[in-house]
Design a protein around this ligand. Structure first.
Ligand code: ZN
Length: 191
């Protein structure tokens, strides 16, 4: 049996989580995704351009990453904060990703807001789970995942994943998800 890779010794630490604001204090530099980085992701490209123009490229979502090295054996954690709104009639969503190491899963705990976790496999199978405070979604290995905000306040979640998982956004950029989430006559519709 081969032994697992070496993992460096860290000192234990704690961080403060602002559950209502969706902010992880002392996080590594927050990652800010503005609406313009979502070009190519929404069904209605013109509606996205209008949003970028009208609101001066507003912040779409933010992630606050734990200061934990991306290495085997570590547990990375982060806060994801996805703002509410629609592009045309499609709800705001994150880009979504596979893990670079496909055999790694992830846990998402919703802290605030309302939404869906969309998941898909490379063979096109797609499913989703409703996401609201207290709901924990387990994303098993191999499943790409994207959160969608169907509410009217930020969708805030805590995610936990293996340190060496990595993020693969490229395959989603190319293939997208087979399902989209729309607001139709006041209803949340997945189609
Ligand atoms: Zn992930």
């Amino acid at each position: 049996m081969t032994s697992p890779p070496e993992t460096p010794l860290l000192e234990p630490f704690r961080v403060h989580l602002d559950l209502a604001a969706g902010i992880l204090q002392d996080a590594d530099a927050p990652l800010v995704r503005r609406a313009s980085v979502m070009r190519g992701y929404y069904a209605d490209a013109e509606a996205l351009e209008r949003l970028i123009e009208a609101e001066n490229d507003p912040v779409h979502y933010e992630t606050f990453e734990s200061p934990v090295p991306e290495e085997y054996g570590q547990v990375k954690f982060c806060i994801s904060k996805l703002y509410p709104g629609t592009v045309g009639d499609e709800f705001f969503m994150t880009k979504g990703h596979y893990h670079t190491v496909l055999q790694t899963g992830e846990v998402y705990l919703c802290l605030r807001g309302q939404g869906l976790m969309l998941m898909k496999l490379a063979d096109g199978r797609c499913c989703w789970e409703p996401f609201s405070p207290g709901q924990l979604v387990y994303v098993p290995p191999y499943w790409a995942h994207r959160s969608v905000n169907t509410g009217d306040e930020p969708l805030i979640s805590l995610c936990l994943y293996p340190g060496d998982a990595g993020h693969n956004y490229g395959d989603i950029q190319t293939d997208g998800f087979p399902r989209r989430v729309f607001l139709r006559q006041g209803q949340v519709v997945v189609e």
